[in-house]
Ligand binder design. Structure first.
Ligand SMILES: Nc1nc2c(ncn2[C@@H]2O[C@H](COP(=O)(O)OP(=O)(O)OP(=O)(O)O)[C@@H](O)[C@H]2O)c(=O)[nH]1
Ligand SMILES: [Mg+2]
Length: 305
């Protein structure tokens, strides 16, 4: 059996960093993970592991922009359409790798590393890629056709919790991407080290407005009522959006599809927990007894509650 884990999420969420930590952690446990780069604009200098499969060997955004005159967004869509038309290339590249994890590092925004300098993180970033474009569903269908067991991980970064509107827009994007992809799915709140660090540093905590430290559980298991209260907010919300917010509250109450596993890469137990959830979701090693994911150590985030 081959296993594919698609690492998705908005721009800058920490997908590439998580992908390489994942590989490092697997190899420390005498297992093997291979990086598959799906970002046609990735800067090779930023890879900690050399990808075994690289979309840039098929097509690069630079060439598409240079030779076909596309801009970064159209160029990215072009690259993916080209990949979908060349599934035989991917299929050949994906030969072998029995019992290993293939970790697909997906791009978060058009241009990826190349445009990091130019495009500031506008929070959800190039999210249309996962919600509006049939790219991932088609890719997943192909992986399944090839007999590869596939799951998706969706990361949003902990800074999203500093702004509840940004946070809920992340929750809705996760939901939308999930319902588009009918495969096992894990949502992750990345960069939890920033929350922990700010919690230890009163000035940092205050600066970042992490009042929600106390509310952490209400973010990891999104409580739509956070949207319904305006207490402590500097500005009254625009009443025009009241009905919309109410509808979102109702939607999340009726369909509590999204909850987040916290990921703190500075804590190997946290990474281990996330990986054990991925193993469980994938039923990794189907001949063995399926393992229950080990629970988050109560102590891990206790100080944050
Ligand atoms: N503090 C902290 N920073 C992180 C963590 N993970 C990633 N970062 C930083 O966040 C930035 C973006 O990380 P990437 O891993 O490149 O994010 P990405 O999701 O692959 O970004 P795109 O591919 O451009 O969408 C980099 O500056 C990382 O150093 C983390 O766990 N903690
Ligand atoms: Mg990346």
């Amino acid at each position: 059996m081959r296993y594919a884990v698609l690492i998705t999420g908005p721009a800058g969420a920490g997908k590439s960093t998580f992908s390489s930590s994942f590989i490092t952690h697997l190899s420390a446990s005498k297992r093997t993970g291979h990086l598959v780069n799906l970002d046609p604009a990735a800067d090779p200098a930023r890879f900690e592991y050399e990808p075994v499969i690289d979309i840039k060997d098929l097509i690069s955004l630079e060439d598409v922009m240079g030779e076909l005159g596309y801009g970064p967004n159209g160029g990215l869509v072009y690259c993916f359409e080209y990949l979908l038309q060349n599934m035989d290339w991917l299929e050949e590249e994906l030969g072998g790798y029995e019992d290993d994890y293939l970790i697909f590092d997906c791009p978060g925004r058009a241009g990826g590393d190349v445009y990091r300098q130019i495009l500031i993180d506008f929070s959800p970033g190039q999210i249309e890629l996962y919600t509006h474009h049939p790219f991932l569903p088609t890719l997943v269908q192909n992986l399944q056709r090839m007999g590869i067991r596939t799951c998706a991980v969706y990361l949003i970064e902990s800074q999203f919790m500093e702004d509840k509107y940004k946070f809920f827009s992340g929750v809705l994007s996760a939901m939308s991407a999930m319902v588009n992809l009918e495969i096992p799915w894990i949502n992750i709140m990345s960069k939890m080290d920033l929350v922990t660090r700010n919690a230890d540093d009163p000035s940092g905590g205050a600066r970042n407005g992490l009042r929600n430290r106390r509310n952490l559980a209400r973010y990891l298991d999104p409580d739509p009522l956070l949207l319904a209260t305006t207490q402590g907010e500097p500005e009254a919300p625009n009443p025009r959006f009241h009905a919309l917010n109410q509808a979102i509250v109702q939607l999340i109450e009726d369909h509590p599809l999204v909850s987040f596993l916290p990921l703190d890469l500075t804590n190997s137990d946290s990474l281990e927990t996330v990986i054990s959830h991925i193993d469980y979701t994938m039923q990794y090693g189907e001949d063995e007894e399926p393992k229950e994911p080990h629970d988050l150590d109560e102590g891990d985030f206790q100080d944050l509650e």
